[in-house]
Structure formats: structure tokens, C-alpha cells
Design a protein around this ligand. Structure first.
Ligand code: SF4
Ligand code: SF4
Length: 120
């Protein structure tokens, strides 16, 4: 599944953080926070939690204000460079494509509690 109709790192929903002057690079994605700041600040209520607990953005309601990107504490909301509309990881309906695509199988989908402990 290719959500944007092509491969473009600027449209990735997985954000690569560069730390220590580019010595470390690691991927981060939306945590689907219990108290989702992005959802709380959206002026048009374009961000909702769906029945599976995933925080999703409705592009029809998004007015490209960028507030969700500003308020996300881990900066994983991206803004489309052409439309300014927000997008982020929504877990690809439970089967994340990044996990399938990773050649070294470095990515895994796990459930964590709100203290960051992995639930077995
Ligand atoms: S976008 Fe940021 S604030 Fe919103 S649910 Fe994901 S991690 Fe939390
Ligand atoms: S950019 Fe869109 S989704 Fe984000 S806060 Fe603004 S209207 Fe809501």
C-alpha cells in the first residue's frame, strides 16, 4: 500500500531524528497518546481517536494551521509541503508498512503502558 502514490521522504509518516551532530539516527512515530495534545489543540476537530484507539486526522476537516505539529511533544506530525495539511502515522490499519519494508527487521509493533513499559 502506497498512501501518497509514490515514494518521497518528505511525505514519510515515520520521522528520523538526528542526534549528536548526526552521529545517531533513529525513527520515531506517533505514540497514539492517551492525552493527545494534537487532538486537544485542533481548532476544527479534525483529529479524533477511532474505535481501535488510533489517533487519526481527517484531511477534509484539516485547515492546515499546523497547531497539531507545534504541540506534539515528540514532533511526529508532518505537514504536506504542498497543501500544508497534517498527516502522521496511523498504523496502516494495524499492519504498518514500515515494519514490512525494513530490510533488517529493526522495527516491531508493541503495546506500551503510559510509563513506556512494554506490555507482553
Ligand atoms: S501526534 Fe504527537 S501528540 Fe498526537 S497522539 Fe501522536 S505522539 Fe501524541
Ligand atoms: S493542521 Fe489540521 S489537523 Fe492539525 S491542528 Fe490544524 S486543522 Fe487540526
Amino acid at each position: 500500500m502506497d498512501l501518497f502514490g509514490g515514494y518521497n521522504p518528505r511525505l514519510s509518516r515515520l520521522v528520523i531524528l538526528n542526534k549528536k551532530e548526526n552521529l545517531y539516527h533513529f525513527p520515531v512515530v506517533c505514540n497514539q497518546c492517551e492525552n493527545a495534545y494534537c487532538m486537544n489543540v485542533c481548532p476544527t476537530k479534525a483529529i479524533k481517536r477511532n474505535a481501535d484507539g488510533i489517533v487519526v486526522i481527517d484531511p477534509e476537516k484539516c485547515i492546515a494551521c499546523g497547531l497539531c505539529a507545534d504541540y506534539c511533544p515528540i514532533k511526529v506530525v508532518c505537514l504536506d509541503p504542498e497543501t500544508g495539511k497534517a498527516f502522521k502515522c496511523e498504523l496502516c490499519q494495524g499492519k504498518p508498512l514500515c515494519i514490512e519494508a525494513c530490510p533488517t527487521k529493526a522495527l516491531e509493533l508493541v503495546r506500551m503502558d503510559n510509563k513506556g513499559k512494554i506490555n507482553e
